[in-house]
Design a binder for this molecule. Structure first.
Ligand SMILES: [Fe+2]
Ligand SMILES: [Fe+2]
Length: 268
């Protein structure tokens, strides 16, 4: 059974600097842009999974409840994170409603099972966070400790619950065509949104035209630590016939995080 950890990171109340990542401004902003996506995104995930819960077995239904609880807590903590971004002068109040409107449009226009296929696709992306953020410490090198803990916790729980939407999708009769087609569509929208967030936030930060910052981001994503290489490989694995999220090789990373969680979070 999934564990629901009601953790509070109080990002807004902690002295987290505006550029909190050791990789510099554009790299901090890359994570910040993802954070802006999360609260509305996670509500969408939960709604799409809940809408199909009637097809799930009793055990899976229980996991759906726990999945929803985990995502709800992620949303709450990213709301706090995003309020912190707003306080630093980033136009979160403009970007968040745009994410919300995009997902509302998907809810209005797409058949429900396609919405669940979008969730499966995005959960594959968030599942990759565990491979990156728990698997290679360079991805959070020099980060403020509160941010490090928040991102690692979120990555770990994404790894932990990644099979739930997928199993519900299967139980609801989701087809391979729907799953793969929606992955392609979702990938295009997702990266377009992340690129937009990157540009808007860099503009607000006054570094949109900084070749140095763009180079540091490029180096971080593609060269060292080069997480985009892992992302590309893992993204492609979704297209293997019969793919299941448990195929992702992140079990040992999750266990290691749970051990460190038991030592540090649980005891204060
Ligand atoms: Fe989440
Ligand atoms: Fe998730």
């Amino acid at each position: 059974m999934l564990e629901v950890r009601d953790l509070r990171f109080s990002i807004g109340e902690t002295a987290v600097p505006k550029h909190w990542h050791g990789g510099g401004r554009a790299v901090s902003i890359f994570f910040d842009g993802l954070s802006i996506f999360f609260p509305a995104g996670e509500r969408f995930f939960v709604a799409s999974v809940r809408a199909h819960a009637q097809y799930a077995s009793a055990d899976l239904k229980e996991e759906v409840l726990r999945f929803a609880a985990q995502e709800g807590i992620h949303g709450r903590e990213h709301d706090g994170y995003n309020a912190h971004l707003q306080a630093h002068g980033y136009p979160v109040d403009r970007l968040e409603p745009q994410v919300h409107r995009l997902l509302r449009r998907a809810q209005k226009r797409l058949p429900r099972r396609r919405q669940l296929a979008i969730t499966c696709a995005l959960e594959h992306f968030t599942g990759m966070m565990a491979l990156l953020l728990l698997g290679d410490p360079r991805n959070l090198e020099g980060a403020h400790p509160a941010m490090q803990r928040l991102w690692q916790w979120h990555a770990a729980e994404e790894s932990e619950h990644k099979t739930v939407p997928f199993d519900v999708f299967r139980a609801a009769g989701g087809t391979e065509f729907e799953r793969l087609f929606m992955m392609v569509v979702t990938t295009l929208f997702f990266w377009a949104k992340i690129a937009q967030h990157q540009c808007v936030l860099m503009h607000a930060d006054g570094c949109l035209f900084s070749a140095r910052e763009w180079w540091r981001l490029f180096r971080f994503l593609f060269i060292s630590p080069g997480g985009m290489r892992t992302i590309a490989r893992t993204w492609l694995s979704y297209f293997k016939p019969g793919f299941h999220p448990r195929d992702l090789d992140d079990g040992a990373l999750l266990e290691e995080w749970k051990r460190s969680y038991a030592q540090s979070f649980a005891h204060g």
